[in-house]
Design a protein around this ligand. Sequence first.
Ligand code: ADP
Length: 541
Amino acid sequence: MYQIKAFLKQHPHWVYATLVVVPLLLLLGMQYQSLLRLKKTMPIAQKMWMKNCLYKIGTEVKDYLKTNAETALAIPAQPLAEGKYESIEEHFKTHNFRGVKHFFVARFQRESEPQLLVFDPEQKVLAPTCSEQSPSIASACAPWKLLSQEPNSNKQATLAVYESDPNNRILLNPILNQQNQVVGVAGLVLDTKFVVENLLPQYVQKVLPTFFTGDTISNVTVSVYSSCGTRVFSTQTGGQIQEDYLEMQMPFLLTDYKMGIRDCYQTPEQWATWNFVYMLSCSVAMTLMIIGGVGYALRAANREVRLSNMKTEFVANVSHELRTPLSSIRVFGEFMKLGRVKDQEKIREYGEFIETESQRLTQLINNILDFSKIESGRKTYRYAKADMEAIIAETIRMYDVRLKQQGFDLIYEHPTEPFPAVEIDRDAITQAFMNLLDNAVKYSGLAKEILIKLEHRDGHINLSVTDHGIGIPQTDQDKIFEKFYRVSTGMVHDVKGSGLGLSIVKHIVEAHHGKVMVESLPSQGSTFTIQLPIENTEQTV
Ligand code: ADP
């Protein structure tokens, strides 16, 4: 328990990650469950939706025919009883509507045959007829004729449909006198061809957009079939017409006709599966993105915390680095001032010590100043043609005293052939080299041998510093070039440093279009190599 607590305290990001990721995964699971349920109910809903669409088309056609027929067939009994056919003719003329082949009225008289008059909407005259519709009209009128002869033939005036003859579909309205007695009928013969070819398509086009939108509307096909199963109309213009998966009888009129509907590309089940996969993929993608985002944010936060810790460590290290040589310089200076040291050799030794420590302090302060310039983007380089070999030799000479003091053996392998002059910032390159040299000294441990090598190869200058010291673990080799980074394992604890040296080296070298590389094995030593291109080294950063 204690160990778990300690782990969580050390790695708070795991706690935050768990707090975010676990609820997210739970939500994803719940989403999956509800999508599964939706997948089952969606086909039913889709079919209901399509059924409603067919129903609406049927109702629209029915309403059109019924409403118009009710008004057109509302003939008063009086003109019929008095034989005033002109007013009936006028009534049909004004109430004519599309979809009617003929209007007719039948006047029932006792003992004799009904008097039948037909109104042709084209000729606009009401006249007796013996056309081919007459038998159908007569058979539709027959029950009403019988009813009119009954003494108590009280009837409600309701529209009746007769479809026994598919070529002459009849709508019929009884005409009642004041005593509610049937005295005749007014009717119409439907223009079936017009209804199927014009009226139905018109209502299909009107209703479809109210049920389907955008892309889906073009996928939906509505067809109409006659009583013998022949497709008389379809919204699908080309391609092979497939079987509908939902059919419905026409209501009111044309009841032997059927309407069918389908999606050309997928069944409701396929559609539901597609939606399920699509929505689940979206949810999974969203969850992954959130987890990724949280991971990234935690990583950044972690990095910030690490950086802040490193900064704190940096301040402590730098204070120590400054204080130690300063107090030594002060002590040696006081000795010399008070004249306590008489021996010339000792005086020279103290002087050398003060000089090298001052050099080290200067270098440390230079590093800090440079770092601050780099961070604020104010660091600039002044490039000029320079003799690299001379720069390295001079720096080694400057360093020699200190190295010898510390018992180091320094080997310099200089180029044997004339070296090309290169365009560099002399001070910056010197500083980079001194940082490498300083590290080699600091991390050499007991193996006090340093090898410096300058060579010209394949259009590059390679300057390498090799030590046989503590080396660097493989996992740290990339990180040591980051600002403030210090290897936290092994002997490094004993060596003070700012963690800035290598990040400055990297910045300088990259500003010269070069690169800095490290090869190292723990306990065996390290080789740092600065590689600069000879061509094109003139840059400003
Ligand atoms: P520091 O001031 O700590 O030396 P640097 O940026 O110069 O900062 O180096 C970063 C880290 O890289 C050092 O703390 C050390 O762990 C490691 N390092 C650098 N040079 C060497 C080397 N020659 N041998 C072993 N470790 C090294």
